[in-house]
Design a protein around this ligand. Sequence first.
Ligand code: HEM
Length: 465
Amino acid sequence: ASVVGLNLSNIQGDILIGMKKNKELFYFFGIAKPTTFKKKLKSDILPLITTTTQLLNVSAQPTTALNIAFSHTGLLVLGIKDPLGDTAFAGGQAADNGTLGDPGTKNWVPQFVGTSIHGVILLASDSVDNINTQLYNVQAALGSSIKELYTLQAAARPGSEQGHEHFGFLDGISNPAVQGFQSPLPGQAVVSTGEIIVGENGDSVTRPSWAKGGSFLVFRQLKQLVPEFNKFLTDNPIRAHGLTAQQGSDLLGARMVGRWKSVRSSEFSGTPLSDLITQQGAPVFLAPLIDDPALGANPTRNNNFTYAGPGQTVASSTDQTKCPFSAHIRKTRPRADLGLPESQSSDHHIVRGGIPYGPEVTSGEASSHKTSTERGLAFVAYQSNIENGFQFLQRLWADNPRFVHGNVGFDPIIGANKGASRVVNGLDPTNSSRPITLTTDFVVSRGGEYFFSPSLSAIAHTLSV
Ligand code: HEM
C-alpha cells in the first residue's frame, strides 16, 4: 500500500486520516527503565500499532486502534541523540507557555509543566471498555518500564451533537488533502506530502533518515467555558435584517467560528464518526444570515469558497459582511486573503485530529452561566514542522490582532492574550468597525506537549535498539 512514495503501512494511522472513534484515551507516560522498555516496545507494542493502511481498510481495523509518539526528552532517554530539526519540539511545549498566548503555566495541568512526559499512547475505540482492555495489555507488557503520569479520556458528544465540539459546532472535519493521497473536494486545501510527513516531498529540513514517514504531534488540552460562551451570545445578539434575538445570537456565534452549528437531524444520530468525514457546519461566507444544514452536509459545496468574489484571486481587504476576518476558520486558514493559489500563498497547514473531553453541560451550569466541571477539546495537530504549523497558526495568526489586515482583532475562539481582554472587530455585520471586547477567554489552555510520531520502521530499527 503506497501512493506517490508514501509507504502507508509504515505511517501511523492517526496522522493522515485519524483514528476517528467515539472514544479516545491519551495516556502520557515517563520511561523508567529504558532497556526493558525498548525490548517490550519492539516485541509487544509495535505489533499493536495501527497503520494508515489498516485504517483505510474497514475490515482490517482493529477493535482498538493504537498509536504511540515520543517527546524530545523521551527520545533522549531512549538514547536517540540526532537532532530532529525542529526547534519547538526540542524545547518542549512548556518552554513556549509565554509565547502561545497562555498566561504562564498557572492554568496548566501540572504534569505538562516541565519536560517529564516522555511519550503518549493514543487508544481509540467504540467503547471505554475496549480501550481499558487494550490498556491492560499495554501495561502488562511494559510493566514497570514505564510510569503513568497523566491520562485524559476523551469522547465524542452524544446523540445529534456527535462530531460537534462543546460550543456546538461541527469540528475536526475539514483537513487539507495530501497531494497524491487524497483527491481534494472543491475548496479543500491541497498540501505537499512533506508539509505533514517528515522527509517527504516539500519538507526541506535536514533530518536523520530514520525520521522519514513520521510527523510531529502537537497536543493541547483546551478547556472550553461553554455556559460562559453561551451567555455572551445571549447577551449580544446581532440585530439585523429582522432576526429574532435567538437568530441574532446564533449569527454571532457562527461569525466567531466562520461556520454554523448545522446540528444534524436525528436521522444522522448514531452515524459512525468515520462516515461524517465530508460534513461540515455551513460556512457563513456562503450562508451569511441563517444556518443552512443542507449546505453543511454537501461535501461539494461546504468548502467551496475562498473569501474572494467570483473570478477574483484576492479577497477584499475591507468587506466583512459575509465573514469577519477574525472568524476562527478564516484566521487559521485565510484562503484568498493571502492570494491564490493557496498551495503557493501558504505552507501553514495542519492535519487536525482532536476530540472533545468532559461531560455535557448540566442544567445547573447552564442556569448559573458558570462552568463547574471541566470540559473541552483534546486538540491534536500533525505537521512536519511545528513552527510553520501549529505555532504559526496560534501565534502569528490567531493571537495577532493585526492579521490578516491591520486591526481586525483576535481570533475570538482561540486567540489568546495572556489572560488579558481581547478586542475583536468585524463580528457585527451591520457595523464591521464596531469593536467587541472579550473579557473572558472562552478557551483556556491547560497546556500540552510536542511529540514525534515515528514510522513503524523507525520504531523497529532505531528507537527499540
Ligand atoms: C476549524 C473549533 C482550536 C485550527 C475549526 C472548526 C471548528 C473549530 C468548529 C470548523 C470545522 C472544521 O473545519 O472542522 C475549535 C475549537 C477549538 C479549536 C472549539 C478550541 C477549543 C484550534 C486550534 C487551532 C485550530 C488551537 C490551531 C492553532 C483550526 C483549523 C481549522 C479549524 C486550521 C480549519 C479551517 C479551514 O480549513 O477552513 N475549529 N478549534 N483550531 N480549526 Fe479549530
